[in-house]
Design a protein around this ligand. Structure first.
Ligand SMILES: [Zn+2]
Ligand SMILES: [Zn+2]
Length: 69
């Protein structure tokens, strides 16, 4: 099995390379030690109450080695 891109920050399901994933639009969720990736929009939805963002959206991306988290 090829190396996974990341695991979903919510359900811990592996996200395979070259498949779609979602990230949070909020910069603190994409910098530093914590780079959140979600396998589905519903997992991103589940992240919102824990993160208390005022304005956030889910950004669809394709998992690639360049963006490995
Ligand atoms: Zn998930
Ligand atoms: Zn977030």
């Amino acid at each position: 099995m090829p190396e996974a891109f990341a695991v979903c920050s919510m359900c811990r399901k592996p996200i395979a390379m070259a498949t779609k994933y979602w990230r949070c639009s909020v910069s603190t969720c994409n910098s530093g030690r914590v780079k959140l990736s979600f396998c589905s929009v519903s997992c991103w939805d589940a992240h919102l109450p824990t993160a208390r963002h005022r304005n956030a959206s889910a950004i669809e991306e394709i998992a690639s080695p360049q963006h490995k988290r």
